[in-house]
Design a protein around this ligand. Sequence first.
Ligand SMILES: [Zn+2]
Length: 343
Amino acid sequence: MGIVIPPWRKDDLGPILNQKAYAIFDGGDGMRSLPGLCLELLAEQKKAWLDLRQGYESLKEVRERDVRCGGFSVRLQYNPGRIKSSLASVGEKNANERRCFLCLNHLPEGQKGLLYRNEYLILCNPMPIFPSHFTVSHLAHRPQAIIEHIDSLLQLMSEFGFGWTVFYNGPKCGASAPDHLHFQASPSGQMPIEKDIREEKRLTLLTQIDGALLYRVRGLGREVVILEGDDPMAVGGALQGFQNALKETLLLDEEPMMNIAGIYEERKWRLVVFPRRKHRPDAFFKKGDGRVVVSPGLIDMGGVLVTPVKKDFERLDAAAVEGIYREVSLEAKTVEKAIDALV
Ligand SMILES: [Zn+2]
């Protein structure tokens, strides 16, 4: 397929985009759907890019096991292909020294993407957790930050549409490239949280912010807040309000740690927010047998706990999983205080 990058690209990305763009999505009339184009990209990339094909082949080796905790279940996923990602150094110093793997000029030779609204390149994740797993990477190298780019997340949610989940990991709690703005997208139905939040008894409606509803979800062993509405501006504004309240409560200048899953259904935008206290549990930093290699991001908080080390996959039990969630999730009283400040 021949791609012509629009002439209104005034920066110097034009030549490299011509090389790297498999197709363009700009939302125009008669355009194929975003998921359709992404799945076609994935099929093509599996043929043309060996590392991706191998990454998806290794998904066949993945083993899973459900762990019943108090009032909820999680799925452990033994996925040795994720070891590099789980052990990644994500501190600022390392980020500066590391060659950014999302920058256009560092993409592997075989990798191509879908140019999305002239602002992002949608790429196939070569270390997938799910059978179709995409990274939506900004064309420019700029830090991971949600409020400045909430419009992109909300637009991606409605353009991927029903049946897809678009997600965000904060720069200090799960993003493997904290210095390069990106989202991820996968077909829905793979994370236990998606079912958990459909159980009405778990939900408590706490307040409305300019027409967006704020629910707290109970009994999941970690803090979960849902912001929902049929006006994306209101939902984005509610996230900003909640984030500001957390910043005030925690006395922070920077973005409070959070993972967000975005689900679009029946013309409603729903953000499932996991406020965080820390990225990795203390056990991650232990030496020897006590070390547990888990590095929770959105997927793990959503109930698929990725364990790239076999021993961890075999030994983690309900108490250990509950302990990990308790440790990395923000405390209930802090979340309550932030929500009280909103009302
Ligand atoms: Zn970059």
